[in-house]
Design a protein around this ligand. Structure first.
Ligand SMILES: N[C@@H](CCC(=O)N[C@@H](CS)C(=O)NCC(=O)O)C(=O)O
Length: 202
């Protein structure tokens, strides 16, 4: 199987590069310089009509959206490596739920914070930022309760779900989310970020 990751450093493609490293999946990396506009080249748009990174090709067939790529990697490689729960188990249901929760539910509130604090000047707003911070805090409390009861997202063992949720949490720290106020999330995130696969140059 030939796998190619189209990426840019320190972008939405970075967690995918980390997941490939964690899984030990052989692949080629092709840099798309999004600062130079390479994501809008016709040959790249043919792979990803959104003109964004990441894109992953599998034997030449493209897929986009980081969440979709993570889930595919989990199913295709994670199960056999003990990093993703087998289909049909209760843990498999939780894996899908928490990955979607991080990228979609938490991600949506994170975008509100980003727009209110770092977006274009006319859209910046202290009340909107404060509302987004309250929303993130509520969601972090949900995550904190789970991690108070077990060391990793799915229970006793590390899995790719920790990498997926941890990547979103790590980015949210950078945007000012109140992660530090949630001790179990904070301690878990430090353990996730200490994994060798998270240290790669990506
Ligand atoms: N929802 C998309 C987001 C991808 C995304 O926003 N990528 C950014 C880099 S972090 C990008 O390629 N930006 C280039 C552009 O917007 O022109 C995903 O998860 O793949």
């Amino acid at each position: 199987m030939s796998i190619v990751l189209y990426w840019h450093p320190m972008s939405s493609a970075t967690p995918i590069a980390c997941a490939l490293a964690e899984l030990g999946v052989p692949h080629e990396r092709v840099k798309i310089d999004i600062l130079a506009g390479e994501q809008r080249r016709a040959d790249y748009l043919a792979l990803n009509p959104n003109g964004k990174v990441p894109t992953l090709t599998v034997d030449g067939a493209p897929m986009f959206e980081a969440l979709a790529i993570h889930l595919w990697l989990g199913h295709r490689f994670g199960v056999e490596r003990g990093l993703w729960p087998a289909a049909g188990t209760p843990e498999a249901l939780q894996a899908l739920s928490w990955c979607a929760w991080a990228y979609v539910t938490y991600g949506a509130v994170l975008v509100r914070l980003q727009v209110a604090t770092k977006g274009e000047e006319a859209l910046r707003s202290t009340p909107h930022a404060e509302a987004a911070l309250r929303g993130l805090n509520d969601l972090l409390a949900v995550l904190d309760a789970r991690l108070a009861a077990q060391p990793w997202m799915l229970g006793a063992d590390y899995s790719l779900v920790d990498l997926v949720v941890g990547s979103v949490m790590g980015y949210s720290v950078y945007l000012g989310a109140p992660v530090q106020a949630h001790p179990h999330v904070k301690a878990w995130l430090a353990r996730v970020q200490a994994r060798p696969a998270m240290q790669i140059d990506a």
